[in-house]
Design a protein around this ligand. Structure first.
Ligand SMILES: [Zn+2]
Length: 404
């Protein structure tokens, strides 16, 4: 054992997949997990030790749906219009730092402005600024007048959709975000309505797949969800009006749902604080429907990856972990919510070897008090986090390392 090794032992370990277990120790070296095993196997270890007694060491959380350029004001789009590119970029770095300090070690941005999100991604992934590992979609692809048209690439017809995908691939996106339906945060569109036709969706998705890009679809109404799923989408974002056919097809095709319960929830919690009335009205219309669809989806065995839509009104960067509690409030067993926020999210976002505690994975941890399966707020409420660790370094909170 070399001197820069640190052993985390004494408490529970949640590996991102199975229920937390006692008696395991995790050895970290050079930013990576080098060994996980029964504590007794580390008897005589000569490096630094962190006593995790009374706590759970778990993978840092992963948020599959954020908007790093958006500021979570009452009307984020209006504010974005007022800022220069450099202003947006500087602010995005603040959002990134807060996100990491909130226990989120990797994110997928689902729509930025003018590809600023790609510059932010590159700076974060190069370690030039504190923040999570990032994957990004660049400009979302949407139809004329469709949801997202203020920042997206507007494309109509199969040929234009394909061209937009190629344009985003050329810019260097990690994922293609394509809008299947209307949404809450664009005035004048209905979440229930399908936007792209089945042919346009299928063409865009298959073009993305030709370049080995993941695809995510903002999809709220049932028809649009089915268009995306039949076209081969990897993840359905929001999924508000999922009916039994949508649910069956998503499960059959192993599509992830990224529910983003925090988006509508935060609009309703802050409805008197200047949020545009059309956004509040649509949120009121969809809230219960969304929770009901989510319940039916998880009861049927659908796969969920955690995402928040952080950056939308009062959906703060850094408060992302609350989504764990919202999913549990909506009926999801706490262990499943923790899996959705760690290993499942990693499977969708592909942020390197993260979202799990196993040898070879990044030493990106969240240390929470007690057992989060018994009390999800231990992981959901950042004020209760004991420490956030990225690449073996403590970035928030503190750990009591006892030098050898
Ligand atoms: Zn979004």
């Amino acid at each position: 054992m070399t001197n820069n090794a640190t052993l985390f032992a004494g408490g529970l370990v949640f590996d991102g997949i199975n229920a937390p277990v006692d008696g395991q120790a995790v050895l970290v070296q050079d930013g990576l997990i080098s060994k996980v095993g029964p504590a007794a196997e580390f008897d005589g270890f000569a490096g630094a030790r962190v006593d995790t007694a009374g706590a759970t060491l778990m993978p840092g959380l992963i948020d599959c749906h954020i908007h790093i350029c958006h500021g979570a004001e009452a009307n984020p789009s209006e504010n974005l219009e007022k800022l220069s590119h450099s202003g947006i970029g500087i602010r995005a770095m603040e959002h990134a730092r807060r996100t990491l300090e909130g226990g989120i070690v990797a994110v997928r941005d689902c729509g930025g402005k003018d590809y600023i999100d790609l510059d932010v991604r590159d700076a974060l992934n190069a370690g030039r600024f504190p923040g999570p590992v990032m994957r990004a979609s660049g400009r979302m692809i949407c139809m004329t007048g469709g949801h997202g048209n203020r920042w997206g690439l507007v494309a109509d017809g199969v040929d234009e959709v394909i061209k937009s995908v190629r344009s985003n691939v050329h810019k260097g996106v990690d994922v293609i975000k394509i809008m299947a339906t209307g949404g809450v945060m664009t005035p004048g569109v209905n979440p229930e309505d399908a936007h792209y036709t089945a042919e346009e969706m299928a063409a865009g998705i298959s073009e993305a797949r030709r370049f080995n890009k993941r695809t995510a679809s903002h999809a709220q109404g049932a028809e649009g969800i089915l268009n995306a799923v039949r076209g081969g989408i990897h993840s359905i974002e929001h999924g508000i009006f999922m009916d039994s056919e949508c649910i069956a097809k998503m499960i059959e095709r192993c599509v992830f749902l990224v529910p983003t319960l925090a988006a509508v929830k935060n609009i309703l919690l802050n409805r008197d604080k200047g949020i545009p009335s059309w956004a509040v009205e649509k949120s009121e219309r969809v809230y219960e429907v969304h929770l009901d669809a989510f319940k039916r989806y998880i009861a049927a065995g659908g796969r969920v990856a955690m995402g928040t839509d952080a950056g939308t009104p009062f959906n703060l960067h850094g408060a992302n972990a609350w989504e764990l509690a919202y999913m549990v409030e909506a009926g999801m067993p706490p262990l499943d919510a923790l899996v959705a926020g760690t290993s499942n999210a990693a499977e969708l976002v592909e942020p390197g070897d993260r979202g799990v505690v196993r040898a070879g994975a990044a030493a990106d941890f969240l240390l929470v008090p007690g057992n989060p399966v018994d009390d999800i707020h231990a992981a959901a409420d950042r004020t209760r986090h004991l420490a956030v660790i990225k690449g073996g370094q403590t970035v928030s909170g503190s750990v009591q390392a006892i030098a050898a």
